[in-house]
Every structure is written in C-alpha cells, then in structure tokens.
Write a protein that binds this ligand. Structure first.
Ligand code: SAM
Length: 80
C-alpha cells in the first residue's frame, strides 16, 4: 500500500508528478486557477481536484492523507 498525498498550490502538476514518481498516491490537488486545475486534471486523472482560493478554504474539508505538499507563491511571501 502506497502513502497518500495532497498537493495544494498544485499548479499544472510538477510537484504532483514528483510525488507520484516517488511512489505516493495523489488523492487531491487544489489551486485557484481554473486553467491550472484543468491542466492538472489532464495530467493526474486519478486525483480529485478543487478549484478554490486556499486562503479562504476550510482545511478541515480536505481528505486525510499521509503527506500535505504545499508550494505557495514565492513572489508574495518572500523576497523572490
Ligand atoms: C509556486 S506555484 C506552484 C507550482 C506547482 N506546485 C508545480 O509544481 O507546478 C504557486 C501556485 O499557487 C497558485 N495559487 C496562488 N495563490 C493561490 C491561492 N490563494 N489559492 C490557491 N492557489 C493559489 C498559483 O496559481 C500557482 O499555480
């Protein structure tokens, strides 16, 4: 049985593809961009998807997984 993962700020799926390549089962991916979610859905057909603003999303509604991967926007929360 593989470990499970949730990917928030998933973008088009780079981090998710890495998680799957590492052996994780991707359960859910979330992003606020419809284009990103549509692209991610095409790349990760077995995962569930949420198109929502993570800042205002009730995290208690996320499924329980072994890993939570989050790649927030560096341009607004760091000097990048
Ligand atoms: C650093 S990129 C993530 C890259 C992604 N993990 C990958 O491997 O391609 C940050 C992503 O967060 C999304 N994002 C920014 N603010 C958000 C918010 N408030 N809620 C959900 N997604 C958000 C952007 O659309 C962008 O795709």
């Amino acid at each position: 049985m593989s470990l499970t993962a949730t990917d928030i700020f998933c973008g088009a799926g780079g981090s998710s593809t890495g998680l799957v390549a590492a052996g994780y089962e991707l359960k859910l991916a979330a992003n606020h961009s419809r284009i990103a979610i549509d692209t991610h859905s095409a790349n990760h057909t077995d995962a569930d998807h949420i198109c929502a603003d993570i800042n205002n999303y009730d995290m208690r509604r996320l499924p329980t997984t072994d890993i939570l991967w989050a790649s927030p926007i560096c341009t607004e929360i760091s000097p990048a």
